[in-house]
Write a protein that binds this ligand. Structure first.
Ligand code: BTN
Length: 264
């Protein structure tokens, strides 16, 4: 399969998400488009944070994709994007998903890629529907650390454990060209998103749980201005909401500005 969306590559921009958001707001988006930047001068992370990237060591791109579903019916999208990124990595590195799983690749709800508990990548989804009947344009921003995890670690002052894609390679293997990795991930995204648009998240629930980094782990959920909830992570429901066993209750936590940390 090859990519059907427009592919754009630029040397430098503020943020590929901002670029595509501006085009969406101006009504300029017609076909799916993936935009990669070698360098972002103001890369954005979730919850208003900055996204740290290093031009030679990072893959930073955004995909603008039109869904027929209303934004309210797109729950689980970020989880699905994580699964598609894993498929793309598997194709690009020519390693089976089972191998990647054995090496410690996981997903952290709602939208982080982890490698042995270190952050390998992040997903930032923005966009919406301008008016009823229009497609829902979602701008899916993806940042992946390719190599040199130590440099990220130092730049982040060791605040969080960082991982990089080259840590998935076996001795003697070299990382493929970043453009190749990008293309494989975009191909997988297109196929998965088109299927999701028709069927929704439910059919991916079990698959996502196979990659869940925190299944049956004691966790703490915190979000801006919300009280902290503690419990044991029990995977996700058919809508992609996180299930948390807290005392006698099972609580559903819906995607949003939530962070997940192992309880101390
Ligand atoms: C996170 O906080 O984990 C999400 C990070 C998302 C970063 C990507 S890099 C490409 C795209 N452009 C941005 O400004 N952010 C996203």
């Amino acid at each position: 399969m090859s990519s059907h969306c427009i592919l754009e590559r630029v040397a430098e921009t503020e943020s590929t998400n901002n670029d595509l958001m501006a085009r969406w707001r101006a009504g300029e988006l017609i076909d799916p488009i993936a935009r990669l930047a070698q360098k972002q001068t103001a890369g954005k992370g979730r919850a208003g944070r900055a996204w740290l990237a290093r031009p030679q060591d990072s893959l930073c791109f955004s995909l603008a994709y039109p869904f027929q579903r209303k934004p309210a019916d797109l729950s689980g999208l970020s989880l699905l994007v994580g699964l598609a990124v894993i498929s793309g990595i598997s194709l690009a590195l020519n390693h089976s998903k089972q191998e990647l799983h054995q090496k410690g690749l996981r997903l952290k709800w709602p939208n982080d890629l982890l490698l042995n508990q270190g952050k390998l990548g992040g997903i930032l989804i923005e966009g919406g529907q301008t008016k009823l009947g229009d497609p829902s344009w979602m701008i899916i921003g993806i940042g992946i650390n390719l190599q040199n995890a130590n440099a990220f670690d130092q730049a982040l002052r060791h605040e969080q454990k960082v991982a990089a894609l080259d840590q998935l390679l076996t001795t003697g293997e070299v990382l493929p060209d970043p453009d190749w990795i990008w293309l494989k991930i975009v191909e997988e995204l297109e196929a998965t998103l088109s299927n999701f648009d028709q069927t929704g998240f439910a059919q991916y629930q079990k698959l996502w749980m196979d990659w869940d980094a925190f299944q049956n782990t004691a966790v703490r959920i915190s979000g801006a201005g919300q009280e902290v909830i503690e419990g044991v992570a029990k995977g996700v429901d058919t809508s992609g909401a996180l299930l948390l066993a807290s005392g006698e209750k099972m609580i559903s936590i819906h995607a949003g500005d939530v962070s997940l940390r192992t309880s101390k």
